[in-house]
Ligand binder design. Sequence first.
Ligand SMILES: Cc1ncc(COP(=O)(O)O)c(C=O)c1O
Length: 448
Amino acid sequence: MASIPVECLPESFYLPFLSDLARARQPSPIRSLFPLEATPGLLSLLAGKPNPTTFPFTSFSFSAQAPPVEDGQKAAGEIALTLSGAELADALQYGPTGGMAPLVDWLHGLQETVHGRLRGEGWTLSVGSGSQDLLSKAITALLNPGDNVLVQSPVYAGVIPLFHSLNCTQIEVEADADGISTESLRAILEGWPVGKPKPRVLYTIPYGGNPTGATATLSRRREVLQLAREHNFLIMEDDPYFYLFYGSERTPSYFAMERADPSSAGQPVGRVLRFDSISKILSAGMRIGFASGPAPILRAIDGHTATANLQPASLTQAITHKLLDAWGHDGFLAHTRGVSNFYRVKRDVFEAAMQRHLAGLAEWSAPQSGLFFWFKLLIPGAEDSAQVVRTQAFERGVLALPGTVFLPNGRATPYVRAAFSLLTPEEVDEALKRLRDTILDARAASAQ
Ligand SMILES: Cc1ncc(COP(=O)(O)O)c(C=O)c1O
């Protein structure tokens, strides 16, 4: 890839963005010396690493699909993969805080290929125990208790408690079928009280937003980046549904756009902290996610890991790397296209059932990525879906989530989130019939 020279924000730029806790954190006395163990000729008496010859495992063999050859086609056959010798020893041993070198290197290459962000251009990458682990550490690294934070709303229910636990004020930025609303974001920032410090962080889910399934358009992304520069905030781009996109036109990530979009020309790079996850494409149980972004923030996240859980699990990193290395970047990307096609079909089945059973009883926009339908119950006089979903729908044998749990400040809402990833077409049909009966009952009750 031809490299266009890039200007990065200097390290000193990030100091005011780091929380007091991140700035005060002392490096781990042992882990901070780990890199020195690679010094040629050095005899290390440093860490209490157990001797792997005492471990009972002699090899890990597993099979996986062969790399897909054609887009959307499942691979023909399987490949057999084994961790043994030095690879096995590394997989069973303590490893680097931010992830094992071969996996980190493979993922760096992926970010170069997919987002055009080249190594050595002011960003680094760390692996975590799922992206949730990295999100929670990033939030601790960037926010002080009581800070204001800009949060796309509705939002992934898993981050709300993180902001709550820091007692942060969550400033809700509206979102619609085109993703985050820049009108809402601009109004918040331009109307911000003079003298009160502006939020330093925006949390957004740009692809297949959980819960809405909406994907931010190119023009919205451009404006968000522009606003980040004007009002000096960082963008936390939480993107676990990036590879599940099944909409019509793919938009580049914020991470890519701040580097190469024409609207970013002449602007220094380094406002985006990107979160990826293998949970929806390779395995959720491996617990592997990775964060890519400015080196000082990744150092703060690693500092937290070094004291909280030392590192992500070596074994699942080694298994993941073995598979990815065998597939290569092209094989991985072909696999992800197969996964997104799988969910496109599921989305279509679910939407057809919505049309059959809920037309006139609910309103929705079809998701472009992700695993969820977000829909509004049309029950006259009912401002909140919580009672209907938690009690009446459950009693009729269908479980979904009331929209209020996705609103940072817990407002009432007539929306509901339904995951369509697992059910068969017959089960979807039955689930939506049950929901239809529930809504009809609720409408009849509200008419009395
Ligand atoms: C928006 C969003 N971010 C983060 C996560 C956590 O993902 P992981 O399994 O990588 O921790 C999820 C999981 O559903 C999610 O929807």
